[in-house]
Design a protein around this ligand. Structure first.
Ligand SMILES: NC(=O)c1ccc[n+]([C@@H]2O[C@H](COP(=O)([O-])OP(=O)(O)OC[C@H]3O[C@@H](n4cnc5c(N)ncnc54)[C@H](OP(=O)(O)O)[C@@H]3O)[C@@H](O)[C@H]2O)c1
Length: 355
């Protein structure tokens, strides 16, 4: 099975037979077993051209395979040194199989050295053996594929804000407060003494977000001007132009930092060029920069172990609200994708899909 999206019309998508080719000597095949699907994957499609997300798993002319995070097993190791049935976690296509060219194979995993991936950001080319992953638990595979890629950014963002002493502010305002990424940031910030975390969300999601009791206050988008205008930091997960403008106009110079993180409201995105808004210039938060910074400070293993320490309590908390919906088969992949694309998905739901 293969799930393809029309690159210039994301609402057009189709299921296809996977076109398989004989393996070359350095190649192996992975059988894709399951993957998570959230709005993050929609953002990969929205920025498929601009940020090269379509280039990881190239599709036929004009069509793309949106990347997903999930589990696979070595199906045919060829002569690569991998062992059959080894379980792997990483970046996958929404297809039943992936051909990789394993390189740097060690006890922790390998890198896919396929030619077409050489210039793409390296963290996405690494595949981990689940046995060697500090956060891996068999019973929590669904939570891992749904939340791990999001919470890694949440963790890094909180760490970044903390290392900047919240830019001298106490208040952090997050948009798309109902998203799993925002909830991860709020969960981390709640552990910082003295911080005041405000969640902005759509009016119909205020109840869901409020009930989670992780934000100090929850405000619907149309009521931004009711916020006290003390010094604040904005963490923009919606990417919404009107919401960003409302925040910048409301806080003006009291806004100490404006971080661009997500684009859930992809149909009303703020322009990328320099803004004429009051307050600081919105700045893209690039997680790999913080990874580099912390790898230099703590070493790779130090970063992994700090992340693992934060992960446990977060997943325990998410068990209280995350509804894992397991679905199987190609049609299930297509319908979950369209539901997310059209903004119809319930924020508490996480799709754990098996092709
Ligand atoms: N920069 C990075 O490194 C990085 C890393 C991880 C995630 N992210 C980004 O963070 C964002 C959240 O991802 P997620 O997977 O955590 O999301 P999610 O849990 O699936 O979020 C769902 C929420 O997003 C908003 N939303 C989703 N689709 C929408 C639509 N079509 N129209 C309007 N609102 C919509 C709604 O929130 P509201 O009503 O509350 O707005 C909805 O409740 C994505 O843009 C993702 O790419 C960025």
């Amino acid at each position: 099975m293969d799930f393809l999206i029309k690159r210039d019309e994301l609402h057009e998508c189709r299921l296809a037979e996977l076109d398989t080719q004989p393996l070359e000597p350095a190649q192996a095949t992975l059988k894709v077993e399951s993957f998570g699907l959230t709005t993050n994957n929609i953002t990969y499609a929205v920025f498929g051209e601009a940020m090269s997300y379509w280039d990881f798993f190239p599709g036929p002319e004009g069509w793309g395979r949106v990347p997903v995070w999930g589990f696979a097993e070595v199906e045919n190791p060829g002569d690569t040194g991998l062992e059959e049935t080894t379980r792997i976690f990483g970046y996958l296509p929404p297809s039943s199989q992936l051909v990789v060219t394993p390189d740097n194979v060690d006890a922790r995993g390998f890198v896919d050295a396929s030619h077409h991936r050489a210039d793409l950001p390296s963290p996405y080319n690494s595949y981990a053996f689940t046995d060697a992953m500090p956060v891996y638990e068999k019973r929590r595979e669904a939570q891992q594929m749904l939340l791990w890629p999001l919470f890694f950014t949440s963790f890094l963002l909180d760490d970044f804000l903390g290392s900047e002493h919240l830019f001298g502010a106490q208040t952090v305002v997050l948009s798309s407060a109902s998203s799993k990424t925002a909830l991860g940031v709020a969960f981390q910030l709640a552990q910082r003494e003295g911080s005041d975390v405000v969640g902005l969300t759509s009016p119909e999601r205020v109840g869901f977000v409020d009930d989670l009791d992780i934000y100090d206050s929850v405000v619907p988008y149309p009521e931004v001007d009711t916020l006290p205008n003390n010094p604040a930091v904005y963490v923009d997960i919606s990417g919404d132009a009107a919401v960003r403008a409302a925040i910048h106009e409301h806080y003006g110079d009291e806004l100490r930092h404006s971080a661009v993180v997500g684009a859930t409201h992809f149909e009303s995105l703020a322009p990328e060029e320099a803004s004429s808004l009051p307050g600081p210039e919105p700045k893209f938060f690039f997680a790999p920069d913080q990874v580099r910074r912390r790898t230099a400070d703590w070493g790779g293993e130090g970063l992994d172990s700090r992340f693992a320490e934060a992960w446990g309590p977060f997943v325990d908390w998410a068990d209280g609200w995350l509804e894992v919906v397991r679905r199987e088969g190609p049609e299930a992949v297509k319908s979950a994708y369209l539901e997310l694309l059209e903004g119809r998905a319930d924020p508490s739901v996480g799709y754990a899909l098996s092709p």
